[in-house]
Each structure stands twice: as structure tokens, then as C-alpha cells.
Design a protein around this ligand. Structure first.
Ligand code: ADP
Ligand code: MG
Length: 219
């Protein structure tokens, strides 16, 4: 079996209070993992740690076979630019630019062409010329996903990517991420409140009582 794309070993984190201890998981190509849990349980912190943005208090993250927090900053930046994609809970789009310009910047940096069909399928084609600040939360969320998919990452980290979407659009977004990982042999790590969304992933975990455990119901 090929080596996992990502391996997290005994991660712990705390801010004002302990968030989690001894969190271990791995993700291989083609796999999708959902993490559920209450607000404040540390889901976003865990996602940021796996993606290279927050160093864990203890434990380690192996990304593409290398220790993420022993890498030089430039190497981590290269990984973020070319090999991983993060859909942030707060989007972090450039608000004064158009939606299209936001996607163009990411695609340019990753040296990937833009596929306009992506905008059609995400039902944002008509708004791509508008400034991000004029878009609804749900539209911004899909622009953010378009930006990440355009980079052609090997792992997508998505933090509540359907948080602002209605049921139908949530399912559409989820279907597109699943199709993407299938086609590109990539992996998906998603944080969500939504049981139905989590159930579409291959594996579901719950972050609860400072531990990560498999969802009780086999989903
Ligand atoms: N950079 C930070 N500094 C201090 N506290 C933080 C920071 N980031 C998150 N927290 C706190 O850690 C807790 C978990 O946050 P978060 O990981 O965002 O949880 P979740 O995504 O599950 O809602 C929250 O109480 C939050 O206020
Ligand atoms: Mg969060």
C-alpha cells in the first residue's frame, strides 16, 4: 500500500483551555474524512495544524512523507502553493477584487489553467465579475472553493465549506469535492456541523471530550 498523504501522530493543542490530546489520523489518496464536533471543540485549530498553519503543542504531522513542522518556511509555502488547498471558514478572499481575480491569483501562483466550467457547475458564473464584497456569504464560500479547486491540490482542507449554503447547494458543493478527489486521486479533510455532509465522506470522526473518535453510527 502506498504511504498516506498525511499522517497526524498524537497531536495536542490548548489555548485558554485544553482542546484535544493524542489525536492521530491518516489520510491516503482517494480518501475523504469528516470531523464533526461542537463549536469551540478545536476543529478549526486541528484543520489549521494539519494544513501547516498552527504548530501543535505536541505531536507531529507528516505531510507527503515529511515532518511539516521541521520544514523551512519556504518549503511549507511551496506546499501550500502547489500541493494543498485550504477552504477557510472565513473565506479570506480579497474583498476589493472581483471573484474572478481572486481565482486568477490562486491559479497563477499554482501555475494551473482556470476551467470556466467550474464556475458554471458551482452556479457562480454570473457573479464572477462582481467584487467579493458584493457577494452573499454562500457565493463567497463557492468562490473560495473554486479558488482551491483551480489550484489542483493533492489534499483539500475544508473548514465548514457548506456552512452558509442551503441543502441543495451544500450537496452540490460536496459532490464536486468528492468528484475532484476521485478524478485527481486527491484527499479531502473536511470539518462540518452537518451530519448529512459528514455521512458522504468515507470516514467520520467526532472531536469531543478532548478526543477524536470514530462517529458512532457507521456512516
Ligand atoms: N489563535 C487563538 N488564540 C487563542 N484562542 C484561540 C485561538 N484560536 C482559537 N482559539 C480558541 O480555541 C477554541 C477552539 O477554537 P476552534 O478551533 O476555532 O474551534 P471550532 O472550530 O471547533 O469551533 C475556542 O475557544 C477559540 O476561542
Ligand atoms: Mg471552526
Amino acid at each position: 500500500m502506498s504511504q498516506p498523504l498525511l499522517q497526524a501522530i498524537n497531536l495536542s493543542h490548548a489555548f485558554d483551555y485544553p482542546l484535544y490530546h493524542d489525536v492521530s489520523l491518516q489520510i491516503s489518496a482517494g480518501e475523504s474524512i469528516a470531523v464533526m464536533g461542537r463549536s469551540g471543540s478545536g476543529k478549526s485549530t486541528l484543520l489549521h495544524t494539519l494544513a501547516g498553519l498552527i504548530e501543535p503543542l505536541s505531536g507531529e504531522v507528516q505531510l507527503f512523507g515529511e515532518n511539516l513542522y521541521e520544514m523551512k518556511e519556504e518549503q511549507k509555502e511551496r506546499l501550500r502553493r502547489y500541493r494543498t488547498g485550504i477552504v477557510f471558514q472565513q473565506h479570506y478572499l480579497f474583498k476589493g477584487m472581483t471573484a474572478l481575480e481572486n481565482v486568477e491569483i490562486a491559479a497563477l501562483l499554482a501555475e494551473e489553467p482556470i476551467d470556466p466550467e467550474l464556475f458554471e457547475r458551482l452556479e457562480i458564473a454570473e457573479v464572477m465579475g462582481q467584487k467579493v464584497s458584493e457577494l452573499s456569504g454562500g457565493q463567497q464560500q463557492r468562490v473560495s472553493l473554486a479558488r482551491v479547486l483551480s489550484k489542483k491540490p493533492e489534499i483539500i482542507f475544508a473548514d465548514e465549506p457548506t456552512g452558509n449554503l442551503d441543502r441543495e447547494t451544500s450537496e452540490l458543493v460536496m459532490a464536486m469535492m468528492m468528484e475532484y478527489i476521485r478524478k485527481h486521486d486527491a484527499a479531502l479533510f473536511i470539518v462540518t456541523h452537518d451530519e448529512e455532509i459528514a455521512s458522504l465522506c468515507g470516514l467520520c470522526y467526532r472531536l469531543e471530550g478532548q478526543k477524536l473518535s470514530r462517529c458512532e453510527k457507521e456512516v
